[in-house]
Design a protein around this ligand. Structure first.
Ligand SMILES: NC(=O)c1ccc[n+]([C@@H]2O[C@H](COP(=O)([O-])OP(=O)(O)OC[C@H]3O[C@@H](n4cnc5c(N)ncnc54)[C@H](O)[C@@H]3O)[C@@H](O)[C@H]2O)c1
Length: 391
C-alpha cells in the first residue's frame, strides 16, 4: 500500500466514537469516497479503502476525481448513530467545503449525509472553482433529480453498484465459458447485495444462498430474490416470516459451506481470510464489498487458481454514475446510467481477464497495474483577498 496524502483523526465529544478521513489523492483538487460506520472500523482500514477508491476512479475513467474515504468506529444501529455521523461531518466540514466529496457507505445512508450537508449550506461537495461552473451546477441538479428515480422498483442509488457487480460477474463467467444457470452465493443483502442478486436472477443465474447480519438462507432450486427484497428492512436484513417452506435457515457464518459456482461478498472487509480461504467452493469470486479478502486469504485464493473480479473493477457503479452525470458524460436518465455502467464494467472485466490469461497471472495483480492512479495534486484552496490588509 502506498502512503495516503492526508489523514484526519476525530474523537467524538459525547461518545467514545472515533473517526478518520483519509484522502489518498486529489485530482484537479477534487476527491471522492463514502463514509462508513461500523464498530470494527480502524484507521488502517480507512487508509486501505481510500487507496481502493483512488484505483476505482481510474477504472471509472474519471478525469476529475481522486480517492478518499471516511470511517467512524461506532454501532450504526445505535439510537444516536445519526448524531454521531452529524458531529463527524461537522468536524470534516472545512475539507468537505473545499473539494472532499463524502457520500455514504456501509452503515450510513446517503439521504442522511445529504441532509446534514444541507443543514450547513453545502450541496454535493465541490471545489471552489466547480462551485462557479454552471455546467457542474446543472450536473448536480440532474444528479439530485436522478436519485429520486427508480428502476425495477428500487432507487437508482441503491442499484447502480449492485447492477454493475452483476454485469461484471456475468462478463467474467462468460469469459470462463461457465455453464448457464450458474449457482451464486451472496454475503450481505443491503443496497449492493440485494440489487446484485436481483440483476443476476434476471440474467438467469440461480441465487442459492444469501446471508445478512443475522442469518444465512439457502435453497438449491434458487431463492425468490424479489420477494426477499420486498420484505427486507432498512438495515438489509431479511424477514424469516416470508421464507418459503423449501428454504433452509442457517447461521450466517456457514456462507462458505454452500455449494456454488460464483461467490459474491457484499458486506464487510476481510471476510475471506487465512482461516477460511481453503473452504471457498466457487471458481469465481466477484468482490462487491471493498477489500473483502485479507492479504493472507488472497495468497490462498491466488494459489488455488480461483478467478476474481476485484473490488475497484466490480463495484465502481455508484462512482461512475456520480462522475458521469455531474460532469455531463451521460444523460441523467436511469436506463442511460445503467447502460453506461454495464458498458464500462463489461469492458474492464473483458480487458482484465484477457490480459491476465495472456500473461498467466492473477487478475488482482494485473488490475493493480492497469488501473494504477498516476495523477495526484493539491487540495484546491483559494483564499478570498484580505480586504482589511489591502486597505
Ligand atoms: N453502496 C454502494 O454504492 C457501494 C459502492 C461500492 C462498494 N460498496 C461496498 O459494498 C459493501 C456493502 O455496501 P451496502 O451499501 O450494500 O451496505 P448496506 O449497509 O446497505 O448493507 C450491508 C449488508 O451487510 C449485511 N451484513 C452485515 N454484517 C454481516 C455479516 N457478518 N454477515 C453477512 N452479512 C452481513 C447487512 O445485514 C446488510 O445486508 C460495503 O463493503 C461497501 O463498502 C458499496
Amino acid at each position: 500500500m502506498s502512503k495516503p496524502y492526508l489523514v484526519v483523526e476525530w474523537n467524538d465529544t459525547e461518545t467514545d466514537a472515533q473517526g478518520w478521513l483519509v484522502v489518498h489523492n486529489f485530482v484537479k483538487g477534487y476527491t471522492g469516497g463514502g463514509t462508513r460506520m461500523h464498530p470494527s472500523v480502524t484507521k488502517e482500514e480507512v487508509e486501505r479503502l481510500a487507496e481502493a477508491m483512488a484505483y476505482k476512479y481510474v477504472a471509472s475513467e474519471s478525469e476529475t476525481t481522486g480517492g478518499c474515504k471516511a470511517g467512524i468506529s461506532y454501532d450504526y444501529k445505535a439510537p444516536d448513530a445519526y448524531d454521531v455521523l452529524r458531529r463527524f461531518l461537522i468536524a470534516m466540514m472545512p475539507y468537505i467545503d473545499n473539494g472532499v466529496s463524502l457520500g455514504s457507505d456501509l452503515g450510513t445512508k446517503y439521504e442522511h449525509v445529504l441532509e446534514i450537508f444541507h443543514e450547513f449550506g453545502v450541496d454535493i461537495p465541490l471545489t471552489q472553482s466547480m462551485k462557479k461552473d454552471p455546467a457542474v451546477l446543472q450536473g448536480i441538479k440532474d444528479y439530485d433529480d436522478l436519485l429520486t428515480k427508480r428502476i425495477d422498483g428500487l432507487l437508482v442509488n441503491d442499484v447502480v453498484t449492485g447492477y454493475g457487480v452483476a454485469f461484471s460477474a456475468d462478463e467474467a463467467w462468460k469469459f470462463k465459458n461457465g455453464k448457464e444457470g450458474a449457482k451464486v452465493v451472496i454475503q450481505g443483502f443491503g443496497c449492493v447485495g440485494a440489487s446484485c442478486a436481483l440483476k443476476l436472477s434476471q440474467l438467469g443465474y440461480k441465487i442459492v444462498g444469501i446471508s445478512d447480519a443475522n442469518l444465512l438462507v439457502t435453497c438449491e432450486d434458487g431463492l425468490d430474490v424479489q420477494k426477499l427484497i420486498d420484505h427486507k428492512n432498512v438495515y438489509g436484513e431479511m424477514d424469516k416470516d416470508y421464507f418459503e417452506d423449501n428454504y433452509e435457515v442457517r447461521p450466517n457464518t456457514d456462507w462458505l459451506d454452500v455449494d456454488c459456482d460464483i461467490l459474491i461478498p457484499c458486506a464487510l472487509e476481510d471476510v475471506i481470510n487465512a482461516a477460511n480461504a481453503e473452504d471457498v467452493k466457487a471458481s469465481l469470486i466477484v468482490e462487491a464489498a471493498n477489500i473483502p479478502i485479507s492479504a493472507e486469504g488472497d495468497e490462498i485464493i491466488k494459489r488455488r487458481g480461483i478467478d476474481i473480479v476485484n473490488d475497484f473493477v466490480a463495484n465502481l457503479g455508484a462512482v461512475r454514475a456520480y462522475d458521469a452525470v455531474i460532469f455531463g458524460l451521460v444523460e441523467a436518465d436511469p436506463q442511460a446510467v445503467i447502460n453506461d455502467i454495464e458498458r464500462l464494467c463489461r469492458k474492464n472485466v473483458f480487458r482484465l481477464f484477457t490480459e491476465a490469461k495472456e500473461q498467466n497471472r492473477y487478475q488482482r495483480d494485473v488490475a493493480h497495474e492497469i488501473f494504477k492512479p498516476v495523477k495526484s495534486d493539491l487540495m484546491e484552496y483559494r483564499a478570498e483577498p484580505q480586504k482589511a490588509a489591502a486597505q
